[in-house]
Design a binder for this molecule. Structure first.
Ligand code: FAD
Length: 440
């Protein structure tokens, strides 16, 4: 019987695993026998973070101080600064004079942290089913069925608490599917490995957000004889609002404010400040792209073409070419154009909980038609006991706010989840349990 079983081992559950490790160490130091048994199952063969978007030069959208631990425990050995020190790059990094490491370096930091948690992480293991059971001691619990993808061996684990950190799924517009040289941005680097820089003539990039702009920029540099066409409904790339006061929306205390807000206030905030995260691009990158487009004009050969006020309507593939039907939202007509490859930088959506944990569906209660209702500690609200608690990391933006799908609140969210688990194990009210607050 595990105390905590995690599905998925991306940054969210990695932050939680570190939090559990540090809690267990504090219990040991205090001479308590309160260590928690935990296990995390990840379907990939090793730790990976958006590996097909580790584009050269792309930087993080958050400060390195918002790493896996610092906001919760600035003295943790799992900090980005300790990672730099261990790699012998601390002073070199300081001389970069930036808060924003490259994504390649940050992915390496995450892998470094994950490599220290091999005792509680199992890779190449896909969670296939969660069942509700009564065990031999007549206690209700959750049973999790895990398949090892290589050996096909199946293991069944019982747990008191389940934490879903399964991430988001690639989103494609209706009627568009991936095939051959049509990929979602989450497979971008794998696509271009297959495309010869000498032969490619035209690329289409669909979307007006950060990933789309990074991909356009990279294709422009890598395929020097190719034309890059960017299609989006806006007039131009819109800058991300990362101004000082607005950025406080990602602070951990903003989660309290958001969670407690009335539904209309929640909707207002999500709509009004969507430009902190969705369909927007870092201003420096916009300037880089503009300089490229202008340079093309000076040279008399436009390789970067913006199909503004436009929308992709259809795609069809013949041999090595893809034909795209692009609607001009201004004139109304549809033109057909041919490309060597198409990248759909069209975002992500959360998986439905009922898909992952169908056994719990009849017990779910709540006010969110498209999502389950969570309490402040990210646990699913049920209308009857299910023998444990299910916590959801990364899929409750409409209830907890913008931080949910991002990295900014990982340390504090794992702390809140763990505090809730520990307090319930002690059968006490978390708000009254100062000891738990200090220990976690
Ligand atoms: C290109 C890109 C750049 C980004 N940059 C930033 C940034 O700079 N700052 C920021 O705040 N956010 C950023 N984000 C947001 C991003 O969502 C977070 O960075 C982060 O990946 C969320 O972590 P996670 O662990 O919740 O999900 P994920 O990283 O998606 O991890 C989920 C894991 O669960 C596994 N899994 C799923 N189902 C199962 C199953 N049934 N069994 C076993 N394992 C399973 C998956 O294989 C995966 O490894 C970025 C996103 C993208 C796409």
């Amino acid at each position: 019987m595990l105390d905590i079983l995690g599905i998925g081992f991306g940054p969210s559950n990695l932050a939680l695993a570190i939090c559990i490790r540090e809690f267990n160490e504090s219990q040991e130091r205090a001479g308590n026998h309160g260590a928690l048994q935990s296990m995390f199952f990840e379907q990939r063969v090793g730790f990976q973070w958006h590996k097909d978007m580790l584009i050269d030069g792309a930087t993080m959208q958050i400060s390195f101080l918002k790493d896996l631990v610092t906001l919760r425990n600035p003295t943790s050995s799992f900090s980005f600064l300790n990672y730099l020190k261990r790699c012998g790059r601390l002073e070199d990094f300081i001389n970069l004079k930036t808060f924003y490491p490259t994504r390649v370096e940050y992915a390496n930091y995450l892998e470094w942290a994950a490599s220290q948690l091999t005792n509680c992480a199992r890779y190449d293991c896909q969670v296939e089913e969660v069942r509700l059971r009564v065990n031999r001691d007549r206690r209700q619990c959750m049973e999790v069925v895990v398949r090892h993808r290589d050996t096909q061996d199946v293991g069944v684990y019982s747990t008191q608490n389940l934490v879903l950190g399964t991430g988001l799924r690639p989103k494609l517009p209706k009627g568009i599917a991936e095939s051959g040289n049509v990929v979602h941005s989450s497979s971008f680097l794998s696509l271009i490995k297959r495309i010869d820089p000498q032969r490619a003539r035209r690329f289409l990039v669909v979307g007006g957000g950060q990933s789309a702009a990074e991909i356009v920029n990279h294709l422009y540099d890598r395929y020097q004889s190719a034309e890059i066409v960017a299609v989006f409904p806006n007039f131009g790339y819109k800058p991300a609002d990362d101004s000082h006061f607005v950025n406080q929306i990602f602070d951990s205390r903003s989660v309290d404010l958001f969670y407690a807000a009335a539904d209309n206030v929640k909707s207002f905030l999500l709509e009004r400040h969507a430009d902190t995260n969705y369909g927007v691009v870092d201003s420096d990158l916009i300037a880089q792209l503009y300089r490229k487009a202008y340079g093309d004009k000076v040279r008399g050969r436009e390789r970067l073409r913006m199909r503004r006020l436009s929308r992709l309507e259809a795609l069809s593939s013949q041999a090595d070419l893809v034909t795209a039907g692009i609607r001009d939202l201004h004139g109304g007509g549809v033109t057909e154009e041919r490309f060597d490859a198409v990248v759909m930088a069209t975002g992500y959506h959360p998986p439905s909980l009922t898909e992952i944990v169908p056994a719990v569906t009849p017990y779910m209660s709540g006010d969110f038609p498209d999502q389950v209702t969570l309490d402040r500690s990210y646990a699913v609200k049920t209308n009857a006991p299910i023998g444990g608690r299910i916590y959801l990391q990364g899929a409750s933006e409409s209830q907890h706010g913008f931080t949910v799908t991002l990295l900014s609140a990982l340390p504090t969210r794992s702390q809140e989840i763990l505090q809730d688990i520990v307090a319930r194990r002690e059968n006490q009210d978390v708000s009254q349990l100062e000891e738990v607050r200090h220990a976690v």
